[in-house]
Design a protein around this ligand. Sequence first.
Ligand code: NAD
Length: 263
Amino acid sequence: MADSLRGKGAVITGSTSGIGQGIAELFAREGANVMLNGFGDKAAIEALRGRLEKDCKVKVDYHPADMSKPAEIAQMMARAAQSLGGVDILVNNAGIQHVAPVDEFPVEKWDAIIAINLTSAFHTTRLALPAMKAKKWGRVINIASAHGLVASPNKSAYVSAKHGIVGFTKTVALEVAELGITSNAICPGFVHTPLVQIQIEDRARELGITPEKAARDVILAPQPTKEFVKIEDIAALALYLAGPNATQINGTSISIDGGWTAR
Ligand code: NAD
């Protein structure tokens, strides 16, 4: 356990699973008070919250706000300001995926992906910025994707939302640049989380191959290292962006994708 974020309050959306949980765990270990958010089994979420609070000796709160519902997002942000002693670090991570050609893409899936993967970050950020501006310190870290920089077929909503969040990241960066606040995006390639496991199983079923073969030959095809990005490595990058050496990193998109976007 280290102490680089001691006394900071961090909201991490979608932190009951995958990348968000990894970031929440590392930030708590580094001394941040953390707001967990996301769906899942109530007992498992409470076990995670309790374990982090006890092991890391920080305040860990949980709010079940649905990131597609602006009123719930506002409730979560207000609660975080109280229970964490302020929101100094905002990690916009919650996200979902749906894969289909544009002309078959379910309208409700498009709306949900844009709401959760893009619009929720507008709401959390607009609500976090006034206090960050007053403190003259803040970190906004958006978990975009390689799909924020390049496209793949059948992911129109996801690619649109992720390109959108890269643009949003830059706009916020310019607005707050003189106020001690930075806004950056992390663009991971494929990470083996539940979001990707669903895609592996779907492709294996469609192609009549094993999930292992689908992961290696289909999912990882665009990722030159042919290895999944590790959650811990993304969390460490987020920690760097939250830390004292990152004050001049602003408005950028950092790829962590095994070389995918070097093509
Ligand atoms: P995950 O499915 O493991 O976790 C997603 C989290 O978001 C969960 O906690 C879930 O409960 C939460 N969530 C989903 N819908 C929500 C809603 N409406 N309101 C609140 N919370 C909600 O996924 P992950 O792979 O860890 O993805 C996290 C982020 O990283 C996403 O934005 C995703 O697009 C991005 N990303 C993932 C990969 C990858 O390969 N896994 C690659 C690049 C970017």
